[in-house]
Design a protein around this ligand. Structure first.
Ligand code: AMP
Length: 404
């Protein structure tokens, strides 16, 4: 077993968003985290990076013009603390890649050909895949001896049944342009659904479950016996639930209307729906803590945003209960799901006729641990399970390099 304090045999997990880079250095077997950090507002005037290692946390406001600069800054933090990632004996670097298109269904060792393919499918995720690629290329330049593994956000949903994955549009157009429902947050849905089975003490193949990943991005999935049967995100991470800044489901006719009548161009509509909609579009705030405070202070806009959010969430929960037929567990995860007890209570209020009863005291407990929040008489278990995408990325990367 690896020495928990030494970086030898550890995995560096990198999670590049459109303007952020999260990273963690950890041992995938023991789950020991040696360091973690986040670079934020990359490409903006006030970018910053926070690095935590050996019980010490440092935040520096510094110019980070692109993701390459963020990777270099992170490496410099490691080097300053005596951890030279090039020579320390890392097992792998695991990269979250948002879109795997129709090609990538498994965590994949990064080669020049794999980089070309990820670049080719970047048109499906123009905000994310290019950032992921810059991270991959920066790491390959800085750590040429360490294998890089790409872990795709779409992979878990690759086996969605055709009826759930297909849009009802012209088949020829859909096929030519790779238009189908891919689903996202797959690493989280797969990890959490596995944790749920462990918590229930049952094989994952026997559990029918709904996972609600509610963070700044949000998605729901229906999983029957370990296999996804539906998920709320589609060709892009814009479909589905109301999110921090994304609209989720809208009538596609709105896009044409905005173009024809409001004279907005495609990039303006993209920005509107991805960055200025969702909770932020409805009430000016995308952080649930602020929204809750505003509701308590009597703010009608915040109340409406909350009601729209809960309405959409309940609609998906209801649909997935019907799709699954039998549901053993409904699980909340990610920033909002793990922390906002009120959202959990409202999402599942008045469903006792369907076998769902929340226990208010259990629901009010806080902490980063898996727990049951349903009452003993509830026939469906309602759980809170913290997600850990970095651990899942590190584990999958270690499995890939173990087969080399
Ligand atoms: P994530 O994308 O999973 O990091 O989740 C981020 C979101 O979680 C934030 O935008 C907040 O809205 C929400 N969040 C974090 N902590 C809390 C909390 N204590 N109560 C309510 N919402 C929270």
């Amino acid at each position: 077993m690896s020495d928990p304090k030494s970086a030898e045999g550890a995995v560096l997990a990198l999670n590049a968003g459109s303007s952020s880079l999260k990273y963690q250095l950890l041992h995938p077997d023991t789950e020991d985290v040696l360091a973690d950090g986040i670079a934020e507002r990359i490409g903006e005037h006030d970018s910053s990076i926070t690095h935590e290692q050996g019980g010490e946390s440092v935040t520096e406001v510094r110019a980070l013009p692109d993701h390459r600069a963020a990777v270099e800054s992170a490496m410099a933090f490691f080097a300053d603390r005596g951890t030279d990632l090039a020579t320390v004996g890392l097992r792998a670097v695991g990269h979250r890649v948002v879109h795997g298109g129709r090609i990538f269904h498994q965590p994949t060792l990064v080669t020049t050909e794999v980089i070309s393919e990820i670049r080719r499918i970047s048109t499906l995720a123009p905000l994310h895949n290019p950032a992921n690629l810059i991270g991959i290329e920066a790491v390959r330049a800085l750590l040429p001896e360490v294998p890089s593994v790409a872990v795709f956000d779409t992979a878990f949903f690759h086996s969605l049944p055709d009826a759930a994955a297909t849009y009802a549009i012209d088949r020829g157009v859909a096929s030519m342009h790779a238009i189908r429902r891919y689903g996202f947050h797959g690493t989280s849905h797969e990890f959490v659904s596995g944790q749920v089975a462990e918590f229930l003490g049952r094989p994952v193949g026997e559990v029918n479950q709904i996972v609600l990943h509610l963070g700044n991005g949000a998605s729901a999935s229906a999983i029957a016996g370990g296999r996804p049967v539906d998920t709320s995100m589609g060709m892009t991470p814009l479909e589905g639930l109301v999110m921090g800044t994304r609209s989720g489901d809208i009538d596609p006719g709105i896009v044409m209307h905005l173009n024809r009548v409001a004279k907005l161009g495609v990039d303006q509509i993209d920005t509107l729906l991805n960055k200025q909609s969702g909770l932020k579009g409805l009430c000016g705030e995308n952080d649930f803590r602020t929204i809750t405070e505003k509701i308590e202070a009597g703010d009608a806009g915040a109340r409406k945003a909350y009601d729209v959010y809960i309405h959409r969430l309940r609609r998906y929960i209801g649909a997935y209960m019907i799709e699954l037929g039998r549901v053993d567990a409904i699980t909340f995860t990610a920033g909002v799901g793990e922390n906002a007890a009120g959202v959990r209570a409202d999402a599942l209020a008045n469903l006792q006729n369907y076998g769902i009863v929340i226990d208010d005291e259990r629901n009010a407990l806080r902490g980063r641990y898996a727990r049951r929040i349903s009452a003993d008489e509830s026939t469906i278990d309602v759980l809170v399970v913290p997600t850990n995408e970095e651990l899942a990325i590190a584990r999958q990367s270690a499995e890939v390099v173990a087969q080399l």
